[in-house]
Design a binder for this molecule. Structure first.
Ligand SMILES: Nc1ncnc2c1ncn2[C@@H]1O[C@H](COP(=O)(O)OP(=O)(O)O)[C@@H](O)[C@H]1O
Ligand SMILES: [Mg+2]
Length: 328
């Protein structure tokens, strides 16, 4: 190798060294930058984790707050339902007392008239001054007041009877699993004395195999009251009616549909039928408690729902939806 050659090589090498140095410098710079961004990223990540942890504990607290608010709400709701039950029972007691007041008050007045008249009669007999006309007059008064006392006391007894039904129904505790259609057939048979002197027919339709876990006594009471109402209210001109009960299952509910093809209920009356003491038939001994009992039994004891539809001169239909199994 000549010295000239060596010089060229050296220069070449020096140049390459410079390039390498520059590259190294740049790489170092890049590494520093990378480290810096990494650190930044790490601190960002750490902050994000911290934020997340904070958020999570806030959420947990909120969740706990919500849960306790929800529990509180549910307790309040239970209390409200209980209070409403008590209020409606209290109202009912006051109402029954008020309703009974009239026939009992009338009976007392009539009985005291009877006593006064009897004393006058006794006095006339003692004085040996009894005239035929006085006796006839007395007998007439006695006859009339006794029969009025009897009808007024009967009215009072009916009211007490209906009210007892409310109280007893609250006490029907027996629940069991039973075949619904078969049970309804038994209920209708037990009501047959009421149909004896009528031309009405009752049909019971639906699947024999539908079983329900519920309070049979309460269901019997509901159906009895509905049928009794059709007999008293739906056929004012003694037409022969077709009454029908149908049982169907819809998911976890059982529907009992009750129909009559009677005179129907007008729209303005329809909204009041469940009110206690609402009756359009007081003269026929109506107490206005029948459908109130039905409503309370279905919605409380039987944990179901009831809907009514009616068309004048077409008939009335009650649809009762009950759970396949009550919660106890
Ligand atoms: N099937 C029916 N057809 C026509 N009207 C009815 C029927 N069921 C109930 N009603 C009406 O609803 C009212 C309230 O019924 P309810 O509470 O059983 O009282 P009550 O039978 O003592 O009058 C009745 O007075 C009557 O006007
Ligand atoms: Mg009735």
């Amino acid at each position: 190798m000549t010295s000239q050659d060596s010089e060229v090589t050296l220069k070449q090498l020096q140049k390459e060294l410079r390039i390498l140095k520059k590259k190294l410098e740049r790489t170092e710079l890049d590494r520093d930058r990378l480290e810096e961004t990494n650190q930044k990223k790490e601190s960002l990540l750490r902050r994000a984790i911290c934020d997340l942890q904070d958020n999570q504990s806030i959420l947990e607290n909120r969740n706990a707050d919500l849960e306790s608010a929800f529990n509180e709400l549910q307790r309040t709701q239970d209390e409200l339902v209980e209070a409403r039950k008590m209020a409606s029972l209290g109202g009912l007691v006051a109402g029954v007392a008020h309703e009974i007041n009239t026939p009992v008050g009338t009976s007392i007045t009539l009985a005291s008239i009877l006593i006064d008249e009897t004393r006058l009669l006794q006095a006339a007999i003692a004085a040996k001054q009894l005239k035929q006309s006085t006796l006839n007059n007395y007998l007439e008064i006695a006859q009339e007041s006794a029969s009025l006392i009897l009808s007024n006391l009967n009215r009072a007894a009916e009211l007490v009877q209906s009210f007892k039904q409310v109280a007893v129904d609250q006490a029907i505790q027996e629940h069991r699993t039973f075949r619904l259609k078969q049970y309804l057939e038994e209920v209708v048979v037990s009501l047959s004395p009421r149909f004896k002197h009528t031309a009405h027919t009752v049909r019971i339709k639906g699947d024999e195999s539908i079983s329900i876990h519920s309070y049979p006594g309460a269901i019997a009471q509901v159906v009895t009251n509905l049928i009794a109402n059709s007999l008293v209210h739906a056929y004012p001109n003694n037409q022969s009616g077709q009454l029908c009960l149908e049982v169907t299952q819809q998911g976890d509910r059982v529907i009992i549909q009750y129909d009559d093809d009677g005179c129907g209920i007008s729209a303005e009356i329809l909204g009041k039928i469940y009110e206690p003491f609402f009756s359009t038939a007081r003269d026929k001994g109506g107490t206005g408690l029948g459908l109130n009992i039905v409503y309370n039994l279905v919605t409380q004891k039987l944990q179901g729902k009831i809907e009514v539809r009616s068309q004048i001169n077409k008939g009335t239909q009650f649809e009762i939806a009950l759970p396949l199994a009550i919660n106890d």
